[in-house]
Design a protein around this ligand. Structure first.
Ligand SMILES: [Cu+2]
Length: 321
C-alpha cells in the first residue's frame, strides 16, 4: 500500500519521525569511505546520510553533454530535474523507513508557499524553523535538533562539502543558514498557481531559458518568462548557507523543499497526464535527460524517468494543488 506524504508544519508525528530518522542515517556507517569518492585527506567512513550529499555533488559535476554551454548537468537545468530528485527522495524515504523501522513512514514536505504568503519579516519565524522542527539560522545553526555543539561529537555536523570549484571535500563543522540575505521573501501561492498552468513539461532548448513547467518550478525564470531566481532556486537562496552549495542536501530541509517540488510535479501530472519529454529520438546532446536514460546512484539503485512517472503504488500526497 502506498505511504502518504504529509505537511511537516501540521503533522507533528511525522515531523518528529523525520528528525529522528535523519539523525539515525547521519550516525549510520554506510560501509563506504571518503577515498572511494576521490575526497582528499585520510580515508574516513561516510555515513548513509552523507552518501546523499555525495550523490548530489557528483551529479552536479557531470555536464550533459560535456562542455555544454547551457550548463545542463545530470540533475539540473534540464528535463531530468524532476525525475532525478524524485529518485533521490524515494531512496532517501526507503532508508528512513528502514532506520525508523516503519514501512508506513512517508517523507514530509514543506509547503513554502504558505510561508511565502506571510509578510517577509514573519517568514523566518514560521513553524518550520521552530526548535522542535528544523531549528533556526546561524553560522553555525544554534537551535533545534541540528544545532552545533563543539564539545559533543554526536551533535549534527557537516562532514562533506565542496571547494570553490564544486569538488568534494572533507570538513568538520556545524550546519549554516542565513535567512533572507540576497532575497527577502519565499515564493508565494501565486507562483505555484502560475507554474501549474504551464504546458508542456519542457521544450527546446531544454535548458535554464525554457519557459516551461520544469524550468519554472526549478526556478530559473519568473512569472513573466524572464530570467530570474524563483521557486525551488529561490527557496535555496532564501535559506542560504549550506543550501547555496552543491552539497545542499547537508541541510535536512533540502529534502522537504524537494518533496514539495515533487508534489507540484505530481499536481501537474494530475492535470496533464503522466507524460515526459524528451523521448529517445532526441539527440545525444540530451543524453541523461531522455525518457529511458538511466539515473544512477551511489546507493545502488537506478531508475529511468519513465519509471518515475507513476509512483502511485509507492507513495501519494495527502493533498495535491
Ligand atoms: Cu538538486
Amino acid at each position: 500500500m502506498a505511504v502518504v506524504r504529509s505537511n511537516i508544519s501540521t503533522n507533528a508525528g511525522v515531523r518528529d519521525q523525520y528528525i529522528e530518522g535523519v539523525k539515525l542515517l547521519k550516525k549510520e556507517a554506510s560501509g563506504r569511505t571518503t577515498d572511494e569518492f576521490g575526497i582528499p585527506g585520510a580515508a574516513r567512513s561516510v555515513s548513509t546520510y552523507d552518501l546523499f550529499v555525495i550523490w548530489h555533488v557528483t551529479a552536479m559535476m557531470i555536464e550533459t553533454p560535456p562542455g555544454n554551454p547551457a550548463q545542463r548537468n545530470a540533475a539540473h537545468r534540464g528535463p531530468i530535474f524532476a525525475p532525478w530528485h524524485r529518485v533521490m527522495l524515494m531512496v532517501f524515504e526507503q532508508n528512513l523507513q528502514r532506520v525508523l523501522n516503519d514501512a508506513n513512514f512517508g517523507l514530509p514536505y514543506w509547503d513554502w508557499a504558505e510561508d511565502g504568503d506571510l509578510p517577509p519579516q514573519e517568514q523566518s519565524s514560521a513553524a518550520i524553523w521552530g526548535a522542535n522542527c528544523m531549528g533556526g539560522e546561524g553560522n553555525p545553526v544554534a537551535s533545534g535538533p541540528f544545532a552545533f555543539h563543539a564539545n559533543d561529537p554526536s551533535a549534527f555536523r557537516v562532514r562533506i562539502s565542496t571547494n570553490i570549484s564544486g569538488e568534494l571535500r572533507s570538513v568538520n563543522r556545524g550546519l549554516r543558514r542565513a535567512f533572507g540575505v540576497s532575497t527577502d521573501a519565499l515564493p508565494r501561492t501565486a507562483h505555484v498557481t502560475n507554474a501549474l498552468a504551464l504546458s508542456p513539461y519542457d521544450s527546446p532548448d531544454w535548458d535554464a531559458d525554457a519557459n516551461t513547467f520544469r524550468n519554472r518550478i526549478e526556478g530559473w525564470m519568473n512569472d513573466d518568462g524572464v530570467s530570474a531566481t524563483s521557486m525551488h532556486n529561490l527557496v535555496h537562496v532564501w535559506i542560504g548557507g549550506e543550501m547555496l552549495l552543491g552539497s545542499s542536501p547537508n541541510d535536512p530541509v533540502f529534502f522537504l523543499n524537494h518533496c514539495n517540488i515533487d508534489r507540484l510535479w505530481e499536481s501537474w501530472m494530475s492535470r496533464n497526464g503522466r507524460v515526459y519529454v524528451p523521448d529517445m529520438t532526441a539527440g545525444a546532446d540530451l543524453k541523461g535527460h531522455r525518457i529511458d536514460d538511466p539515473i544512477g546512484s551511489p546507493l545502488g539503485r537506478s531508475a529511468t524517468p519513465r519509471e518515475t512517472l507513476d509512483v502511485s503504488a509507492i507513495y501519494e500526497y495527502d493533498a495535491l494543488i
